[in-house]
Ligand binder design. Structure first.
Ligand SMILES: Cc1cc2nc3c(=O)[nH]c(=O)nc-3n(C[C@H](O)[C@H](O)[C@H](O)COP(=O)(O)OP(=O)(O)OC[C@H]3O[C@@H](n4cnc5c(N)ncnc54)[C@H](O)[C@@H]3O)c2cc1C
Length: 348
């Protein structure tokens, strides 16, 4: 139930992905629209295959899958041609703009600890002003606090969505910003600033990218996925490895399963759960070396990039943590042991 809610909300948020899905829905509903069926089958199947050491899966797309992908691509291309080329007004312009106060319009419960927040942009025809990959900063000063807390978030709404932006936020016990957000009610306002540029993406910048995410670390990865799969000219292959505590914690599960259905030759996802249910056939425990060695493109592969985003403990074990927002720090951990170079890895 809760995952279904998550799916509906984020699909609504991700406008161009939604556009593509609507194109397809005229003919057939994607299997992943059934929250109980499609995604789980896919999820268990792909992760099991990975763990069994099945080889390079991108070569395995069926002719039907290829045809479906081409159909979506053609339709999306035709739609893109009709789009007006006028630059939309941006709500967040960076530089010396300072903080912009946004009104909370809607809150949706996504699961036991996460909510989606829809904030109105100052004008209805404004876009957020974000480019992929980038984030926003939020600021809040509690009544007793000496200093405000400032935290980054990656909107899950699309960059060309007009009038609002959506944040998907997990609540941390005693976490000042996430608790404040979870306590907010529609009508209240939040100070935001941005965009905070991360890794500038352009179509086909890399042949193959791997996204290694833990928990809400999925949000910047989803932003990259949207940029790639909403652009019919972008042919980048994407491998996602997504670690969570329990099945209920998997955010954007349906959107990711839909990507797998539509782009089986270019998008694959592998899920790892710390406390899996009995019937779980995906990865168990933490994201480990064995799984990454099996599913990631090899270090010697031409023009690959690995993105990592997750809690500090996960970052530590996989890539080492960033030193500061501007300093990627040393490459350590599993990715170093597997032979990747610092240039091949980006830490969000
Ligand atoms: C680029 C970027 C994008 C992000 N996007 C999102 C998003 O879309 N959605 C989302 O929910 N979150 C996102 N985050 C995380 C977010 O910025 C906050 O860190 C999070 O919401 C917690 O903030 P807080 O003030 O509530 O709690 P905090 O006080 O910051 O921390 C909460 C808990 O996190 C753990 N923790 C945090 N920092 C450390 C540390 N250095 N060492 C050890 N443990 C630590 C601790 O367990 C702590 O109790 C993003 C982070 C980055 C860097």
């Amino acid at each position: 139930m809760s995952l279904f809610v998550a799916s509906r909300s984020a699909l609504r948020a991700a406008a161009p992905l939604k556009r593509q899905f609507q194109v397809r829905r005229y003919a057939t509903e994607p299997t992943s629209a059934d929250p109980k069926k499609g995604s789980n089958t896919l999820l268990y199947g792909t992760a099991a295959a990975a763990l069994a050491g099945v080889g390079y899966y991108f070569l395995g797309g069926t002719p039907a899958a290829k045809k479906a992908e081409e159909k979506v691509k053609d339709a999306a291309g035709a739609a893109a041609e009709k789009l007006p080329t006028v630059e939309a007004k941006a709500a967040l312009t960076g530089g010396d703009q300072g903080w912009v106060s946004l009104k909370l319009e809607e809150v949706e419960i996504v699961n036991h600890n996460s909510k989606r927040f829809r904030f109105r942009l100052p004008e209805d025809d404004m876009v957020s002003g974000l480019h992929v990959a980038s984030a926003i900063l939020t600021k809040y000063k509690g009544p007793e606090a000496e200093k405000p807390v400032i935290r980054p978030y990656t909107p899950i709404s699309d960059e060309d969505t007009k009038g609002y932006l959506d944040l998907l936020v997990k609540k941390y016990p005693n976490g000042p910003m996430s608790t404040h957000l979870h306590d907010m009610v529609p009508g209240q306002r939040l100070d935001v600033k941005g965009p905070i540029p991360k890794y500038p993406w352009s179509a086909n910048k890399h042949n193959h990218i791997a996204l290694i995410a833990g928990g809400t670390g999925i949000t910047p990865m989803f932003q990259l996925c949207r940029a790639i799969f909403n652009n019919p000219d972008d042919q980048t292959k994407v491998t996602l490895v997504f670690g969570n505590i329990s099945e209920d914690d998997i955010l954007l599960k349906h959107e990711l399963a839909t990507l797998e259905n539509h782009y089986p030759r270019r998008f694959r996802a592998f899920y790892v759960l710390d406390t899996p249910p009995k019937e779980w056939t995906g990865g168990r425990g933490y994201i480990n070396k064995e799984l990454l060695k099996t599913v990631l493109p090899e270090p010697k592969t031409d023009n690959i990039k690995l993105f990592v985003c997750g809690p500090p403990g996960m970052m530590d074990s996989i890539s080492g943590n960033k030193k500061s927002p501007k300093d990627q720090g040393e490459l350590k951990g599993i990715l170093k042991e597997l032979g990747y170079t610092p240039e091949q890895v980006y830490k969000f």
